[in-house]
Design a protein around this ligand. Structure first.
Ligand SMILES: Nc1ncnc2c1ncn2[C@@H]1O[C@H](COP(=O)(O)OP(=O)(O)OP(=O)(O)O)[C@@H](O)[C@H]1O
Ligand SMILES: [Mg+2]
Length: 386
């Protein structure tokens, strides 16, 4: 299943979002235009349904409360709202629709108040809050029906889907020094600190098959690479990734992840995340540290892997090389365009001048990123620094 429409109101620097989403969706825009904020909508929904220590109140608190989430330029409307449509594919009708709205609480207990929560299955409205129970006991409006097993029986599939959303902004240093900084893993491990443990935790045959696929891809990026394998340290029992290169006399011992290059670690991390997911994978700037030739091949690789898994991949990027692949079409690119008060989100294909260029055969990489560059970026090099 995939989310094939996202609607949001007053979320961070967006006053309104209402866009269709494809199986593979790239998000482009200048720095601070809201790419990470947009991905955070899905992390927020996941946090609500998280099994350990999740819940709506915590998801809001972890983000600094409603005052930090609500769009600073929102007019008089105090509500923040999100709605997602979940379907079998981008062009299929929605099987599920889930909508939630909330506002800053003024009561003493500082609990955030849910203003509405609705669930539809195939257009049938299954839940419509506030309902009579909520009116009788307003405290109920501090928790979503989605997070409570007593109230979500009819729509658990939505929770299951959202629980499996993964976000990755892998920081190679965290993997390299995992043993040194043990025990201080950030919740949900967005930066890949526990990545090796994740690999260790899957069934050996699944692990072997995934690492084999990654090894194939790595051989393209690093031609000297012979083999990628999972090992446990004989003394400590710690999990490690190990590679063997044809050009070093290290065939016997191999090299472990603390010696991998940044690009290699990031590539392994992002390919593993896609292979692992049957839900949605959120990737932040996967192009970092990768050679331009590899970056230009990322989109087709992601698309092939994600098609086999039937997962959805949302990718934030600053890289035109990533978007030069001819097969990426204009509907697969969301453009974030900041104005003085908010950021507008548009599908590249829906922007007439861009559509003409795309129809003329130019790639999205050639036409889209130049449109999202800050107006006076050339001034950066003209600044007086002393
Ligand atoms: N509640 C809010 N209302 C308005 N703007 C907000 C709010 N919360 C955060 N922002 C703004 O969002 C911007 C950061 O957005 P984000 O981190 O998503 O950008 P980005 O596109 O991912 O940038 P980069 O390419 O540098 O990673 C900041 O400028 C911040 O001021
Ligand atoms: Mg960002």
């Amino acid at each position: 299943m995939i989310v094939n429409r996202l609607i949001a109101k007053n979320w961070r620097n967006f006053q309104h979002i209402n866009v269709p989403l494809r199986e593979q969706q790239f998000i482009v825009g200048p720095n601070a235009s809201g790419k990470s904020n947009l991905l955070d909508i899905f992390r927020f929904l996941r946090d609500i349904v998280k099994v350990d220590g999740g819940g709506f109140q915590k998801a809001v608190k972890d983000r600094g409360g409603v005052s930090k989430i609500r769009c600073l330029s929102a007019q008089s409307d105090p509500e923040v709202a999100i709605e997602i449509h979940i379907a079998d594919s981008s062009d299929a009708p929605a099987i599920w629709r889930y909508g939630i709205g909330f506002r800053q609480e003024t009561r003493e207990d500082c609990q955030t108040q849910i203003t509405h929560e609705r669930v539809w299955r195939n257009d049938e409205l299954l839940l419509d809050r506030p309902n009579s129970d909520d009116k009788e006991d307003p405290d109920r409006l501090t928790q979503t029906a989605l997070e409570q097993s007593a109230t979500n029986a009819k729509f658990r599939d939505i929770g299951k889907f959202l629980r499996n959303v993964t976000y990755l902004h892998l920081v190679p240093q965290f993997i390299r020094y995992a043993n040194v900084i043990q025990g201080k893993i950030i919740e949900d491990d967005p930066f890949g600190q526990g990545f090796l443990e994740r690999i260790a935790g899957v069934h050996p045959s699944t692990r072997r098959s995934r690492l084999k696929k990654i090894e194939h891809a790595l051989k393209v990026a690093v031609p000297q690479l012979e083999r990628l394998e999972f090992v446990r340290d004989k003394n400590t029992g710690h999990p490690h990734l190990q590679v063997h290169f044809s050009h070093w006399n290290s065939i016997e011992t191999g090299q472990r992840e603390d010696q991998f290059s940044d690009g290699m670690l990031r590539l392994i991390g992002l390919l593993w995340s896609i292979l692992e997911s049957d839900s949605m994978v959120l990737l932040e700037e996967p192009e970092l540290s990768l050679n331009i030739g590899i970056v230009s091949q990322l989109a087709p690789s992601i698309s092939r892997m994600q098609r086999t898994n039937r997962s959805q991949v949302l990718v934030s990027t600053h890289s035109d090389a990533l978007l030069t692949e001819q097969s990426i079409d204009g509907t697969e690119v969301l453009m974030l365009m900041p104005t003085e008060t908010e950021t507008i989100v548009k599908i590249a294909w829906d922007t007439k001048p861009l559509r003409r260029l795309l129809e003329a055969g130019l790639t999205v990489g050639e036409v889209v990123l130049s449109r999202t560059a800050p107006e006076h970026s050339e001034h950066l090099s003209l600044l007086e620094w002393d």
